[in-house]
Write a new protein. Structure first.
Length: 205
C-alpha cells in the first residue's frame, strides 16, 4: 500500500518536525507519519515518531466512542475543519472562519468552573519562562485570535488527553486523545490585566 502524506511532511526537510509538534497529533497521525517517513527514508523523523509513540496509550480495536466516555473524538485539525476553519500548521490551536468568527481549541481539564459558569485561560505573557508556549508561533497566533475576538462571541472545542507535568498541554502533552466532535462551547473573550480569558455559561450546545 502506498504511504499517504500527513500534514505538511516533506521528504526534502525534517527540521519542521519536533517532539512538540508531534505532541499535537493523534496517535494514528503519528503512526501514519512514521510510515510516510520510513517510505521516504527520513530516519530522523522515524526516530521522533518512535519516541513520541512511547508516551501514548497503545492502539485499541475499540473506537474512541467506547473507550472514552462515549465521546466521538477526532483530531484537532478535523474538528476545526468541521467548524469551517482550515489550519495550515498542525501546531495551531484555533483559526478564523470565513464569517470572521474565531474558533479555539481548549484543553478540557483546564476549564475552571465557579458560580454556575466556566472560564479558561487562553493566553498569558511568558513571565519568568512560566509559559514558553506564549512565545511560540502557535502562542502568538492564539494572542492574535484573542485580540480579534475580544468582547465578541467565539466558539470553543474541547480537547481531551493526559497532561505532562511541567508543561502547558498546548506545548507538550503526555497524550492527546482527541477533540469532542459533538460539543461546541459559545464563549466570550475577556481581557483581565495582561491575560486573555474565555468565559461562558454552564451549558454547552
Amino acid at each position: 500500500m502506498q504511504a499517504r502524506k500527513v500534514g505538511t511532511f516533506k521528504s526534502a526537510s525534517t527540521r519542521e518536525w519536533t517532539v512538540e509538534r508531534l505532541g499535537s497529533l493523534s496517535r494514528q497521525e503519528v503512526e501514519q507519519l512514521r510510515e510516510n517517513a520510513e517510505h521516504l527514508g527520513a530516519s530522523a523523523v522515524v526516530e521522533l515518531c518512535i519516541e513520541s509513540l512511547k508516551t501514548r496509550p497503545a492502539s485499541r480495536q475499540a473506537g474512541p466512542t467506547q473507550d472514552r466516555g462515549k465521546r466521538r473524538l477526532g483530531s484537532r485539525a478535523s474538528a476545526l475543519a468541521a467548524r469551517g476553519v482550515r489550519v495550515e500548521d498542525a501546531a495551531s490551536w484555533g483559526g478564523v472562519r470565513k464569517d470572521g468568527k474565531i474558533v479555539l481549541a481548549l484543553w478540557a481539564s483546564a476549564v475552571q468552573s465557579a458560580g454556575g459558569g466556566c472560564s479558561y485561560l487562553l493566553w498569558a505573557p511568558n513571565v519568568g519562562n512560566a509559559r514558553p508556549w506564549s512565545d511560540t508561533a502557535a502562542g502568538k497566533e492564539r494572542l492574535d485570535h484573542c485580540k480579534l475576538s475580544l468582547g465578541k462571541e467565539a466558539e470553543g472545542l474541547l480537547v481531551y488527553g493526559d497532561r505532562l507535568v511541567g508543561y502547558l498541554p498546548e506545548l507538550k502533552a503526555r497524550s492527546i486523545h482527541g477533540v469532542d466532535m459533538d460539543v461546541v462551547v459559545n464563549l466570550t473573550v475577556e481581557k483581565r490585566g495582561e491575560e486573555y480569558w474565555a468565559a461562558w455559561g454552564k451549558t454547552a450546545r
